[in-house]
Ligand binder design. Sequence first.
Ligand code: HEC
Length: 209
Amino acid sequence: MTSSTLSVRPSSARPVPGTVRRAAFAGAAAALLAATTLHAGEAPKKPLTFGASPQVARGQYLVGIMGCDDCHTPMKMGAKGPEPDFARRLSGHPQAVKVTKPAPIDAKAWIWAGNATNTAFAGPWGISYAPNLTSDATGIGAWTEANFVKAIKEGKHLGVGRPIAPPMPWPAYRHATEDDLKAVFAYLKSVPPVKNQAPEYEPPAMARK
Ligand code: HEC
């Protein structure tokens, strides 16, 4: 960088040697500053999974910006408040965390609540638990790509079962292209398996017992 900066000099003028040195120094300093500023302003580039196919890399990018971690990665309490526990990334509601009663809900003010790990959600729909999305058998290990795409497009469990309850944002995600959903699935299949059986969804009657 420095040598190319120094070589850029107005050729017409014949300034005093000292001036050239100062001008060159100022130019180099400005270039250095510009480079540093640019670097500081750039979003940190998260390294993609080593050796990932372009499809998996695209899926990793999409899972990041679509916020799947917000509900499918359990939160733990950190120094600055709740933060995702990446040791259990995308493993869903921890099976050991029992949520016996939903938070009291006053339909006029607060209509739904999330538990401490932000993986169980109580509302008018009952209690929904974010399932395990890792490649383990307790996650999506046995799912086919078609199951996944259809589940998101139709809002039904495995694409054919009961309606998928809130707050899973499938009504928004269904507008993703099929290729993007396939990429998300390919990436999820590459996420390290975590054994965790999230509880089954509880409809309102059971939830209020
Ligand atoms: C706002 C919270 C939230 C976000 C964000 C979220 N999910 Fe979910 N997800 C849930 C909950 C809760 C359930 C369980 C719903 C139920 O049991 O009916 C669920 C269910 C699912 C299911 C199971 C569907 C089925 O057939 O049973 C899949 C697959 C899934 N989510 C994938 C994703 C992916 C991929 C992303 C990111 C692109 C994502 N989710 C983002 C909360 C969320």
